[in-house]
Design a protein around this ligand. Structure first.
Ligand SMILES: [Zn+2]
Ligand SMILES: [Zn+2]
Ligand SMILES: [Zn+2]
Length: 354
């Protein structure tokens, strides 16, 4: 005799089917574990929390990117180059893919004519901008800044499509916001970055992201700079292997070479810990998948790692990295436990005060 599956088991089965059954014609939908909730905590802001116990290995979140770009060194020879159709975003094979008929950039490809057709309106938004600015931005500012600007253009394309449909993306899940509203609610503002950094982004925006025929949007340069501040604090790199496996296995396994970057409306709510209880990895369609890496108690915060834990082991390395890239000093349990005690550091070194 078999017992009836519990609600959670039913949901997990449904998710497994949902993951296996999605196809080009069915745009992927996000999914959130029924025991995962968001919470707002004074000072720290938003966070993910377990409302009831979650077992190790359970799927916690499958989020669909609002915007995604491929990141490869040589698009012509890379089999990691992703299909530009957001509903697909699968890796495409050299020699078996379609390039843009207007030859905007070699990084834009589709796996099938169906994907190219489905992506026509969205790519139309970015194609002229790419033709005009991709080469000069890459030459003058380098690949990182080009990728950032392109991701912003793709966010603007997604927003434009959303405004035209005059409704939120139908990716709104109960309890979690989706679409442009979610992007607007990301943490990060001009105050969280250095003046030099904000000045440099402002220069880029004025030169390359002003609203005009090549990039029709109705946002002011200040609003675009604010969008960059949020995007830079919340975007994810896409890597082939898990991020945040902890404890780090011996010998350490790194997460592999980056092949994309994306913004996720729900996954972005997760805070960082250097001993996270969630590991994350994109699936074959660019969706971000969170899995519990240990049992999580009711009320416990659910955290990911913002960087590859196999690469930065020492406390100072971790804190310097997080402060430089994400603008905070990590106070997670692991960092706090590894801090030198008062006797070891400040106290002994203090000059004698009379
Ligand atoms: Zn495709
Ligand atoms: Zn094009
Ligand atoms: Zn930490």
């Amino acid at each position: 005799m078999t017992t009836a599956p519990s609600t959670v088991e039913t949901r997990l089965l449904a998710t497994a089917e949902h993951l296996a059954g999605s196809h080009h014609s069915n745009p992927p939908a996000p999914w959130v574990h029924p025991h995962l909730e968001q919470d707002v905590v004074p000072v720290k802001g938003r966070q993910l929390r377990a409302s009831r116990p979650i077992r190790k290995g359970e799927l916690l979140l499958v989020d669909v990117p609002y915007a995604l770009i491929p990141v490869v060194d040589d698009p012509a020879s890379s089999d990691a180059l992703l299909c530009s159709n957001p509903g697909c975003s699968r890796p495409t094979q050299c020699g078996a893919r379609i390039s843009c008929p207007k030859n905007c950039i070699a990084d834009v490809v589709w796996c099938t004519p169906a994907c190219q057709g489905a992506d026509q309106a969205r790519h139309g938004f970015e194609c002229t901008w790419l033709q005009r600015y991709a080469a000069p931005v890459r030459a003058k500012w380098g690949e990182y800044d080009f990728g950032m600007l392109w991701l912003i253009v793709r966010i603007l394309a997604a927003r434009q499509r959303e405004l035209q449909r005059d409704q939120l993306d139908d990716d709104t899940t109960p309890r979690f916001q989706g679409g442009w509203d979610a992007i607007q609610s990301f943490c990060g503002s001009t105050e969280s970055w250095s003046h030099a950094q904000v000045r440099s982004w402002t220069a880029l925006v004025k030169k390359y992201l002003r609203s005009g025929p090549a990039l029709p949007h109705d946002l002011t340069p200040d609003e675009i700079v604010a969008l960059i501040c949020r995007e830079e604090a919340n975007s994810f790199g896409l890597y082939p292997r898990e991020t945040g496996v902890f404890p780090v296995p011996e010998p350490p396994v790194d997460r592999g070479d980056q092949y994309g970057a994306a913004v996720y409306p729900r996954a972005a709510i997760a805070n960082h810990s250097c001993s996270p209880n969630i590991m994350h990895k994109p699936d074959h369609q660019g969706r971000m998948v969170f899995t519990a890496s240990r049992d999580i108690a009711a009320g416990e915060e659910c955290c990911i790692s913002y960087f590859d834990l196999s690469k930065r082991v020492e406390l100072k390395e971790r804190r310097d990295h997080l402060q430089g890239l994400f603008r905070f000093i990590c106070g997670c349990d692991r960092c706090t436990a590894e801090e030198p005690s008062v006797e070891e550091s400040d106290w002994v070194g203090l000059p004698f005060v009379e």
